[in-house]
Design a protein around this ligand. Sequence first.
Ligand SMILES: [Zn+2]
Length: 305
Amino acid sequence: MDSSHLKMQRGIASCHTALRALVLLALAILGSAAASSRPRWPLPDAALQVLALPPAQDGDVGIRRKPRIYIDPGHGAPRGNTGNTSCVCESEEVFNARTAEKLYRGLAATGRFELKLSRKQGQTRAYQARVREAEAWGADVLLGIHSDCRGELVYCAADGGQSCPCSGESHDAAGFSLLYSDEDPELTGRRLGLAQALARRMKEAGFLPYDGAEYVPYLYESDDVEGSFVDRHSPGRRIYMLRKPRLASVIVETHHASDPEERQRWEEPRTHEAFAAAVAAAVLDLQAHQGSAQEPGQLPSARAP
Ligand SMILES: [Zn+2]
């Protein structure tokens, strides 16, 4: 083979390499353009996925018991605060109870969990009693169900001529967040593992992780998974239901209750179906990660894959 032929071959090879790089670059640009043109939550056209659950493992039958999930609709305590008021003037404790009941039904339909609900719509229950019940039952996880209220609000008209607190036009403060406590080193791994698994699965389903702009530096601090935050209230003001239960306890701030479009999305059955599937997938991720016989309250600290 003479050197000129070799040079020509090298020339062709480098042309091929350059062409391949150009094609890859074009595909990347087209891909990111397609992704950015896709409607983003909470716009009405932003689709949610109902995630498929990880298959049951052989060892699940007869050896490992089903994970126990204690679902706690936030607020609704005697003489406690009722939470925020949404952009349709609904009290948060009412939204939380309705959402928790839907989550309970969605999880029950999978047949993969043991479930308990701390309170029903219209009932009140002391937080201490909820913690005692979850611990005595041997819950593996405690999910506090809430909605959030963030940033500056204006008043807007709702049905029935009411004036309700609303966010502005943009969706800057929209999205879900997962909150946990790192006060107890023995429990931090389990709580963080649960919060991050939930945040990953909710994002995968199409929910928007909140960016935390209104949280820092005095309320919550973000960790390395989008949508997952650790409690940074001043000591003495930290969230009871995050630090008190001796198990993996987290709060799911499902959405920004003052954002009219996001609030509307939580009226859709598909949203609740996708949320229940994301919660189920996250808890099963943690169980699968453990991989061996499971004791009560011992879901692992490892992160979900
Ligand atoms: Zn709340």
